[in-house]
Every structure is written in structure tokens, then in C-alpha cells.
Design a protein around this ligand. Structure first.
Ligand SMILES: *[C@@H]1O[C@H](CO)[C@@H](O)[C@H](O)[C@H]1NC(C)=O
Ligand SMILES: *[C@@H]1O[C@H](CO)[C@@H](O)[C@H](O)[C@H]1NC(C)=O
Length: 174
């Protein structure tokens, strides 16, 4: 009898605790995303990751940067696939130009931004993020002109994610 009451209450407590931290995380995500230029994108990106119950602003910034890294990595392999497939020389050159933008983002800029956030060097993180933003728009501009950009949507999505990350890092900088 005593054991079953104990087990019952223990289980109930876990459920209560779990729903509480979930709600608190939801609040934190909501509060943070409201301070970014793209609420829905911020909210859906953060909710698509498992958030630890003790997540804080720094943890949220890290998740966002790692998400951008995953997306940039995917876009880079997409660019490399397109380069192999196309027989249009102009397009091939433009894609190669964009690969040159995405390679440093994937290899250095975003991993450095993540490290900097972990180490509390938010100024440097902010610098890395604006560097990534520049690289993406450099790639995007390469297509402005005659050629229809096969990367327009992806670049646009990246730019929004980077804008969101930049706003979150500004919050960290206080
Ligand atoms: C945030 O995202 C979650 C999960 O996708 C969703 O359930 C919730 O309604 C969103 N919040 C707002 C205010 O849109
Ligand atoms: C990256 O962004 C595109 C939208 O341009 C999306 O379709 C894709 O699922 C994302 N990939 C990752 C790994 O987040």
C-alpha cells in the first residue's frame, strides 16, 4: 500500500516536472524568438530540437548555430551535386563561386561561432555570424542577373536563420 502510493506519487511528480519544464522551455523559446526578426522560423527550428530542461539563452544560441551548420552543410553538398550535373558553363562557374562561399562557412565560420558561444566569447561569435551572412549574400548576388538562381530558396532560408542567430547572440551580448 505504502509502496504503491509512493510509486504513484513518484510517477505523478515526474509527469508534473516534465510538463512543467516543457512549458518553461516553451516560454523561454517564445521569449527569445519574439526578439528575433523571424518568429515562426525561430520557433519551429528550436522546437524541432530536443531541448534539455535546463536550457538557457546560450544553449539556445548553440542549437541555432548548429542548425545553420547542418543546413549549410546540406546546401554545400547540393551545390556539389548540381556542379556535377550541369553542362551549362556559366551556371557551373556561378555554382563553383558559391561553393567557395559555403566551404569556409561549413569548415570554419560556423564551427568557430559555436566554439565562441560555448566559451562565452559572444563578440567573436557575432563577428563569425556576420561573416557567414556576408558569404551567403556574396553567393546570392552572383546569380542576380540573367541566370535563375537554383540556390535562391536555400540562400534565402540561410539568410533568415543567420539573422535569427545574430539576434540571439545580440541578446547574449546584453
Ligand atoms: C511554436 O512551435 C510549436 C511546435 O511546432 C507549436 O506547437 C507552437 O504553436 C508554436 N508557437 C507559436 C506561437 O506559433
Ligand atoms: C535546410 O533548409 C532547407 C530549406 O531551404 C530545408 O528544405 C532543409 O530541410 C534544411 N536542411 C537541414 C539539414 O536543416
Amino acid at each position: 500500500m505504502r509502496i504503491s502510493i509512493f510509486v504513484c506519487c513518484f510517477a505523478l511528480n515526474i509527469i508534473l516536472l516534465a510538463s512543467m519544464t516543457k512549458a518553461e522551455n516553451g516560454d523561454l523559446v517564445d521569449q527569445i524568438c519574439k526578439k528575433t526578426p523571424f518568429y515562426d522560423l525561430c520557433n519551429s527550428t528550436l522546437h524541432s530540437n530536443p531541448l534539455s530542461p535546463k536550457i538557457d539563452l546560450k544553449g539556445v544560441a548553440l542549437i541555432m548555430v548548429n542548425n545553420i551548420l547542418a543546413n549549410a552543410t546540406e546546401t554545400l553538398s547540393y551545390i556539389e551535386r548540381l556542379i556535377k550535373q550541369t553542362s551549362d558553363r556559366g551556371l557551373e562557374q556561378a555554382l563553383a563561386f558559391c561553393a567557395e562561399s559555403y566551404i569556409p562557412i561549413v569548415k570554419y565560420t560556423l564551427p568557430q561561432a559555436a566554439d565562441a558561444i560555448s566559451q562565452g566569447r559572444f563578440g567573436f561569435a557575432s563577428y563569425c555570424i556576420s561573416d557567414a551572412m556576408k558569404e551567403v549574400s556574396t553567393c546570392d548576388k552572383r546569380f542576380s542577373g540573367s541566370t535563375q538562381s537554383p540556390l535562391g530558396d536555400r540562400n534565402g532560408f540561410m539568410q533568415k536563420l543567420v539573422d535569427v542567430a545574430s539576434a540571439i547572440i545580440k541578446l547574449l551580448q546584453g
